[in-house]
Structures are given as structure tokens and as C-alpha cells.
Ligand binder design. Structure first.
Ligand SMILES: Nc1ncnc2c1ncn2[C@@H]1O[C@H](COP(=O)(O)OP(=O)(O)OP(=O)(O)O)[C@@H](O)[C@H]1O
Ligand SMILES: [Mg+2]
Length: 378
């Protein structure tokens, strides 16, 4: 962790502890010491987890990952005055060939997490292991070698392609930069890739503005796959597209996953899409992972009240089946000033006094099924 980030985390932690133990926060709560104990236990767990060897089964393993953005600094830019915890103590693993779906409301930190695991943002704290190697503090030069293994497909196919380059140039460039095939074979390699991604060969000479959204997203997918990656973060790859085109792109991603044995992190706020494509699901709320597990477990036995409310909003195709939609009251709080204790307590139908003061532990309920709630649905 660099000096600025370290200071950032320490200042935020001190301010939090002071705010919670100075009496104000615990005015109606007789156990301020429990908060201290809980904070201490959490710090001890983070330190203990640092010593664990990487999970041999995981392609990507993330431990206690934080990404904080500094919003305001002192006049001489030495000390951060306020920080936004876009990703706050997130841990999970993804095995080779799996798809992890990440869901949550807008602003909950999905994109920041996707970019941080690829080291497009430097993490503020925590560890990232890729193929058993700790890449948390890799320098840009070391990351360049890994860029062929980790790629991203962005949300907006309109702004993520350079307007003045032809499709051929866009797809050839990463192949050249990373020396994937000899110079003389680049054109054949790109043509073959275009065919796999459902792009006609005469598109090679055309410019991005000549294509529809779905075709552009195919070009973005082909560009990400040009370097033969193992792991791809798909950040809302279909949310800017028509429903009929969405299905084509999702099916293309599934086909390519089988052909190339890809591992995906699939970020979306469309639960039906996530349900279709994912093996595991992570539910995020204000920067924290509130529930994580296998798709079947999460859909059939959700534990967290936020997951239950979120899933109750998925439209049911059977008109005879009754749905019980749970409406959450209130707006999503600002991530720059999240509620103390459990971040969800201001909107939670089950919230009790303890939820206002102490953040719940992230516990494993069944094998591989984690949830952070004081009063989960059993
Ligand atoms: N570079 C940045 N500087 C400061 N704050 C940022 C930065 N990038 C993201 N944020 C903040 O971090 C929080 C999480 O943003 P993020 O884009 O990760 O959310 P998201 O879940 O992907 O949202 P959406 O579903 O709308 O794409 C937001 O409050 C956002 O304003
Ligand atoms: Mg996003």
C-alpha cells in the first residue's frame, strides 16, 4: 500500500472509531465496548488472513479488498479530509471456467470493484491473487505481461471504440503490442477472431460509427479476446442494448466461454441476465458484499433482506404465479456518507438497535454461501 493510501485508511479508521465511541453514536446503546471489540476482531482477522496461502482452486482470489477515493484534502494536500469507500472489505474467489455475477443498485461499487481487481485502479487495501500470485502491488510493467490474461469489456460500446480507426486496426493493435502471433499472421488471426465473434469479414475496413450497438459490442468483445485472456470482466456489456440484441450478445459470451475456457466476472443490475449466465452471484450494497454464493443457493435460499428485496423485483414469466414484491423504503444513502453499523439498516425491514451500531460479520451459512446480516432469513 502506498503512503497516501495508508494514511487514507488510517485517518478514516480513526475518525470512525472516534465517532462511534465518543458517546453520540451510542447514546441509546449500552455496549460501546462491543463496537471496539468487534473492530479489534475484524482487524485481527484481516491480519490473520494475510498469512494464509492462496486458494489453489481459485483463478482469482480477493481478500478484504478496499478502494477508497479521496474527495477532499487539506490545503497542502497532505491529509484526506473525506473519503468515499467505493469498495469496502470485499472478499471472494472465482474458479477457472466459472462466471461470477455481481449485482447491486447503481453506485454500489460494481465497476470500481471490477476495475480494481484488474488493477486499473490501485487498491487502497486488501489482497488480489491471480493464478496463486499476489498481484496487489504489481507495478505497471509487471501488469503489462498480465494484461494478456485479464481483460475488460466496457458498458458503453459507443464510447469505448476509437472513432478514427478501422475495425481491422482496432483488433490488430493489441495482437501487435503483445506479440500474440508473428506480424505476417496478424490479418488471418484477426479475421478468424472476427468470425468467432459473429463479425463479417468485410467489416475489417469499416469504422465504428458504421455499426449498430450490438455489432459494436461484438467488436469490443473481439478486442478483449484478441490477446487470448483467461479472465474477462464484463461490465454491464448488454445494458446499452435492445432486449433482442442482449440475448445474442449473452449467447455469444456463453459460446466463447466454452470454446476458450474463459472465466468471467459479469457485472449487471439486470437480475434475469445474471441468473441466466452466472454460476455464482455476489450481491453488493454501498461498497460491501452483503451476500455471496452459488446461483441456486442465492435464488432459492437468500439470507440477506436486501437480496430478498432485490430478487422479489424480478418479473415472473408465469402469469398464474403470485409474486410478493418487497418495496424498500427510502433512497439509497450516499456512499460518501454511509450509515453507521450495518449500511443497509436505514432501509431494512428487519433492522433492530444493534444494526444501527455494529456492522454484521460476513459469515458462511452453508458451504460457499456467505451473508453479512445480524438477523438473516434462515
Ligand atoms: N474516480 C472516482 N473518483 C471519485 N469517486 C468515484 C470514482 N469512481 C467511482 N466513484 C464513486 O464510487 C461509487 C461507486 O461507483 P461505481 O461506478 O463503481 O458504481 P456502480 O455500481 O458501477 O454503478 P452503476 O450501476 O451506475 O454503473 C460511486 O459513488 C461513484 O460516484
Ligand atoms: Mg458501473
Amino acid at each position: 500500500m502506498n503512503e497516501e493510501n495508508k494514511m487514507n485508511v488510517e485517518t478514516t479508521e480513526k475518525a470512525e472509531t472516534a465517532a462511534n465511541t465518543s458517546g453520540g453514536e451510542f447514546a441509546n446503546f449500552d455496549d460501546a465496548q462491543e463496537f471496539e471489540k468487534e473492530m479489534e476482531a475484524r482487524r485481527a482477522k484481516i491480519e490473520a488472513d494475510k498469512l494464509l496461502p492462496p486458494d489453489p482452486d481459485a483463478l482469482l482470489e480477493v481478500r478484504h479488498l478496499n478502494k477508497y477515493f479521496v474527495l477532499k484534502k487539506t490545503f497542502f494536500k497532505q491529509i484526506p479530509l473525506s473519503t468515499l469507500k467505493a469498495v469496502d472489505d470485499v472478499s471472494f474467489t472465482i474458479k477457472k471456467g466459472e462466471t461470477l455475477g455481481i449485482v447491486g443498485e447503481s453506485g454500489c461499487g460494481k465497476t470500481t470493484m471490477g476495475r480494481t481487481v484488474l488493477k486499473l485502479h490501485q487498491p487502497t487495501g486488501g489482497q488480489i491473487f491471480f493464478k496463486g500470485q499476489d498481484i496487489t502491488n504489481f507495478k505497471p510493467k509487471e501488469m503489462k505481461a498480465l494484461r494478456t490474461e485479464m481483460q475488460i469489456v466496457f458498458q458503453d460500446p459507443y464510447s469505448s471504440l476509437p472513432p478514427r480507426s478501422t475495425v481491422g486496426d482496432i483488433l490488430s493493435e493489441p495482437v501487435k503490442v503483445h506479440g500474440i502471433v508473428p506480424q505476417s499472421e496478424i490479418k488471418d488471426y484477426v479475421m478468424n477472431l472476427m468470425e468467432q465473434c459473429g463479425l463479417r469479414d468485410y467489416y475489417y475496413e469499416r469504422y465504428p460509427h458504421e455499426f449498430s450497438g450490438g455489432q459494436r459490442q461484438r467488436i469490443c468483445i473481439a478486442r478483449a479476446l484478441a490477446v487470448n485472456p483467461k479472465f474477462v470482466v464484463c461490465d454491464e456489456p448488454v445494458s446499452a442494448l435492445d432486449v433482442s440484441i442482449q440475448a445474442q450478445i449473452i449467447n455469444l459470451l456463453k459460446k466463447l466461454q466454452i470454446e476458450r475456457q474463459l472465466t468471467y466476472m459479469f457485472i449487471s443490475h439486470d437480475l434475469s441476465v445474471v441468473k441466466y449466465i452466472s454460476d455464482k452471484i455476489g450481491v453488493m450494497y454501498l461498497g460491501s458484499m452483503v451476500e455471496f454464493g452459488k446461483k441456486e443457493d442465492i435464488f432459492s435460499r437468500p439470507h440477506h433482506p436486501y437480496t430478498i428485496a432485490l430478487f422479489s423485483a424480478v418479473p415472473n414469466p408465469d402469469p398464474d404465479e403470485k409474486t410478493h414484491r418487497i418495496l424498500l423504503s427510502g433512497d439509497i444513502p450516499s456512499p460518501a456518507n454511509p450509515p453507521k453499523g450495518c449500511k443497509f439498516h436505514t432501509r431494512c425491514p428487519r433492522a433492530k438497535e444493534i444494526c444501527k451500531h455494529i456492522a454484521p460479520k460476513y459469515r458462511e451459512f452453508e458451504e460457499g454461501h456467505f451473508c453479512a446480516c445480524h438477523f438473516p432469513e434462515e
